[in-house]
Design a protein. Sequence first.
Length: 318
Amino acid sequence: MYYKIELPYQEDRRSREEMMMEEERREIALKVGSFLTVFKDGTTLRTPSQPEVAADGITSKDVTLDSELGQWARIFLPSPMSMSMSMSHGVGAHAHAPVVLYFHGGGCAFGSPAWDNFHTFCADMAARSGAIWISASYRLAPEHRLPAAFHDSFAALQWLCSQAGCERGSSKVKVGSGGAEPEPWLDSADFSKVFIAGESAGGTIVHHVAMRAFNHNHESESEDRSSLHPLKIQGLIFIHPGFFRWAKTRTQEELDCPQDEFMSWDMADACIQLTLPADYPVDTNPYFNPIPAISGLGPKFGFPPKSLVALADHDALH
């Protein structure tokens, strides 16, 4: 049983220490592990971003995607040596590095590209792959319920598409589609080799972004796959994606899955309660359950040529 929380929500921006001192006298509506506390007065408390961890040979910078929505992204450039390895199939000065657009996990209710685990992961993958990694933020529930996170994430893909449309390497700069200014850190990007990746809830986001990018389930008939030109998505990367069902009772197989302070079925159910639109059916929602779409029961769509699904053995949602 979950407490019904009414809008509006407002994130409390005082320090965590100040809020924790008050927690005993403030009524808690819902708590998601140590990551998110929702109080009955409508305020929320999230785990703050940890200090960034340096990675050998990796440089990163933050860029604004949408100032009005507060959406931003962190770009990770690999070392010249690892980048040159990823460019080995290119030709001379025309060789460029692949691009990975990444979405963090957190049940669409917490997390940030600035969290050290997501920062370190992207930095490490940029170093290992020689690709440019871009970790994009998105609005979080319960302040912004779904499909806000999906819209923001697709907007990040559109921003990347606008960067692909910018003319680079000349004294006369051509502004890309949508009026985007060229981002110099993407001058070495190969926009014909773009991959979309996501972890946990970020994997769910990858699914929904792909549905808009590759299918016929668009908000307007004119918005189709060709609208991403000249950007080309070569594949999707699902890192233990957050696909699951809500249920009043769990099967024995579900209960046998490893659970800990970082992930449990209680946390998953709490995230569903916080992220779904008000009065939305939790048991038949398509946001966390892709089966209707991929089984032909939902809108018709086609996946890109390559998709990688990585499962974590000790993930409660496995």
